[in-house]
Design a protein around this ligand. Sequence first.
Ligand code: G16
Length: 545
Amino acid sequence: MTPITRPLTPFDGQKPGTSGLRKKTRVFMQDGYVEAFVQSIFNAIGGVSGKTFVVGGDGRYFNAEAIQTILRMAAAQGAARCIVGREGLLSTPAASNLIRKRGADGGLVLSASHNPGGIDADFGLKYNIANGGPAPESVTATIHEQTQGISEYVTLETPDVDLGLLGETALGKMTVEILDPVADYAALMQELFDFDAIRALIAGGFSLKFDAMHAVTGPYATAILEGMLGAPKGTVLNGVPSVDFGKGHPDPNPIWAKPLVDMVMRDDGPDFAAASDGDGDRNMILGKGIYVTPSDSLAVLAANAHLAPGYARGLAGVARSMPTSRAADRVAEKLGIESFETPTGWKFFGNLLDAGRATLCGEESAGTGSDHVREKDGLWAVLLWLNILAARKISVAEILQDHWRSYGRDYYSRHDYEAVDSAAAEGLMADMNARLNDLPGTEVGNPPKVIARADQFAYTDPVDGSVSRNQGLRIFFADDSRAVIRLSGTGTEGATIRVYLERYEPAGGDLNVETQAALRDLAAAVNALTGLSERTGREAPDVMT
Ligand code: G16
């Protein structure tokens, strides 16, 4: 089988965003598009000769076709081995685990995460490095540079590999190893958590539901929750992955997972419920009658992680993305451990985890994880919650009340304005940036709120000293509330404006106000300050998490 070199013309816009390259599926399906991006990755990492890669994705439309392209190109260019999940399926955390466990040189993960799937929806591809985590900005910048000058790619002309057949096959001189996507991941979870205690909790009548949203976590959740932990059949809802996620939007938040939220709000609802996203790295946690914000979830997990065997030694530090609420910082302070505030994007946690400075990380965007892999991990968060519930023997609502009584409550919500006209969104950001220096001392809203300070968040990585600027506009008010405004880096249509709102209520204060009511004045102040409604023509956000 002789490698074939084919010419290519560069495609505009092959620039990795917050998490890899995400575009409409039809964009990825253009002749040469996947080839151009994959060749750019291969060039950026100094070629693939003799290397081993993990390849898999969330099973969305075009997943299998893109994998065949990657395998042919890797084989043609001298890769030694590609480890692929059966039928091309690997959740993002499972891919991260395999890269680490098998000592692979990297991984190609095919997913547009929580974005919908299908020929008229979204697709994505990202490169992970040898630590199992998303490529840092230095690597993604090189990949982007490569995409701009690409002129050819190298591939083989071969029939498709049978992705359903477990075991090893040869593709040219490369070995393709197809494995069970669940086994290694499930083994890792068993090492971290007290499965006996969780099994006993469930056997004792504790009821739970897990909504896999027709996405990749279905097989993982079914094997672990129903298979290993003895939850009754039917605990996992929508557990069979489909190419278009059952025509749904696999984003585990109160809007897109509304049926699950409605279920826990009923008197006869389950004690615990959770959902995960397209590629299994996000999570939503619910208890009977209560939704746990991702920011609170991170804080509660940090405060209680020692109850799980894998974290009994305590935590080295806790990291959160900048727009995530400061609830986790309060826990870190009490524990006397380091806390870190990073830009949005899991890739920014990699150095802290590798250096042993942070053990738990989390983001407001429904991502929580730890040093067990280098990605956020939806099912891991669910199992840690279950382990904590099994150890503390109180309800989710009681855990939260107890937490707020100790630390105070960071009322928190993110308001998303989706598919907004890009020029309007960029105009809003540019105008606000230009006004930054004049904002301190300004009064906005009714009743008026005084702006104490405002800036554009810049991050200096404490491990390698690299600097990332313009990571979101922060407005701090004199009453210790905070608003953050940034444009999403994962959308595929127009611009998405994210407004992150938080207000701290000390432990002795009113800890049980409805979240949106608690933040109403702050939201109105941000609207008055930015002219958000007039600029976007939107009366209200599309999504409130
Ligand atoms: C990705 C990143 C996260 C980020 C999220 C939202 O998650 O890995 O770190 O918080 O996007 O990013 P943005 O606000 O720029 O849209 P996922 O689950 O989509 O891979």
